[in-house]
Design a binder for this molecule. Structure first.
Ligand code: XMP
Ligand code: MG
Length: 189
């Protein structure tokens, strides 16, 4: 059986393997949504998606919640090399919403070193919200450089570069429904 049979033809040659297939991603998002529903019952929850990687997590998680939530987005970029974080974060797009007194849940695609979200949570906390927590679809625990509490984790992944379901390489592969690894030739230029 061809493992890549369901990958759209235009992508297939670039993909090495499927790490987390769509069905597992979606099943896990249902579990996480149930936890968020339970934990935030009766509260005023603002979901803050981190552009662009978190777009599909945001869309699929938010639509599974039975709570009425508000949504906003931030865009950040870390200075320095593109595949590793320097910890110096630039806010490219800030929230449109005031968060003082509100419960904020940051929605992320992946926590790697943790430096980006460490900066972001500190920044948001300075605005005096009632709470700030993190939901990340993926985490690479072996890469962590700061102690960052991630309240909701979808999957732990090994230290390999992954794309799909919002995650990109040079802005490509975000639209894939699975989390996949790329063939080494794709990174060579
Ligand atoms: P830090 O290190 O601050 O960075 O936690 C998190 C950001 O690093 C990017 N990142 C990845 N992007 N595949 C990707 O497409 C990966 O395997 C990967 N690992 C880290 C990503 O932008 C994330 O938001
Ligand atoms: Mg990201």
């Amino acid at each position: 059986m061809d493992e890549l049979a369901d990958i759209p033809p235009g992508f297939r040659d670039d993909i090495e393997s499927i790490l987390i297939p769509e069905a597992r991603l979606q099943a896990r998002l249902s579990e996480l949504a149930a936890e968020v529903d339970r934990d935030y019952a009766g509260r005023d929850l603002l979901l803050v998606g981190v552009l662009k990687g978190a777009i599909f997590v945001m869309a699929d998680l938010a639509r599974r919640l039975t709570l009425s939530t508000a949504m906003d987005f931030m865009a950040v970029s870390s200075y320095g090399a593109s595949t590793s974080s320097s910890g110096v974060v630039r806010i490219l797009k800030d929230l449109d919403t005031e968060i003082e007194g509100r419960d904020v849940l940051i929605i992320e695609d992946i926590v790697d070193s943790g430096l980006t979200l460490d900066y972001l949570t500190k920044n948001l906390r300075s605005r005096r919200p009632a709470s700030v927590e993190i939901l990340s679809l993926l985490t690479k625990p072996s890469r962590r450089e700061v102690d960052l509490p991630v309240k909701y984790v979808g999957f732990e992944v090994p230290d390999v570069f992954v794309v799909g379901y919002g995650l990109d390489f040079a802005e490509r592969y975000r639209s894939l429904r699975d989390i996949v690894t790329l063939r080494p030739e794709v990174y060579g230029s």
